[in-house]
Design a protein around this ligand. Structure first.
Ligand code: SF4
Length: 91
């Protein structure tokens, strides 16, 4: 829960983080399909190791890490990948 005083600052941070993640994804060769990314991020959003946009176990922005086929959850909370070869261009 974010207090009213922090909401404007937090809203600005959300935009900045999204931009950072999108910029970083342009440097990646391959990403997971959106359905897999969504499954991962939904788990992160309920995870006790998440702090705002960051996974406190690996230090990554979880939304960024969730796109990457070569990365896994440091706590093995993400589903096992069914189609290992299924990747898509990131942008
Ligand atoms: S990557 Fe794993 S440990 Fe980190 S926030 Fe997501 S589910 Fe939690």
């Amino acid at each position: 829960m974010i207090c009213r005083g922090c909401q404007p600052r937090e809203a600005a941070r959300n935009v900045d983080v999204k931009e950072l993640i999108n910029e970083q994804l342009t440097l990646e060769a391959a990403c997971l399909p959106e359905t897999e990314v969504r499954k991962r991020t939904e788990i992160c959003q309920k995870c006790p190791y998440r702090s705002l946009h960051t996974c406190t176990k690996c230090g990554c922005y979880y939304e960024f890490r969730a796109h990457l086929p070569q990365k896994d959850c440091p706590q093995a909370r993400w589903p096992k990948r069914e189609l290992k070869g299924s990747v898509t261009p990131c942008v």
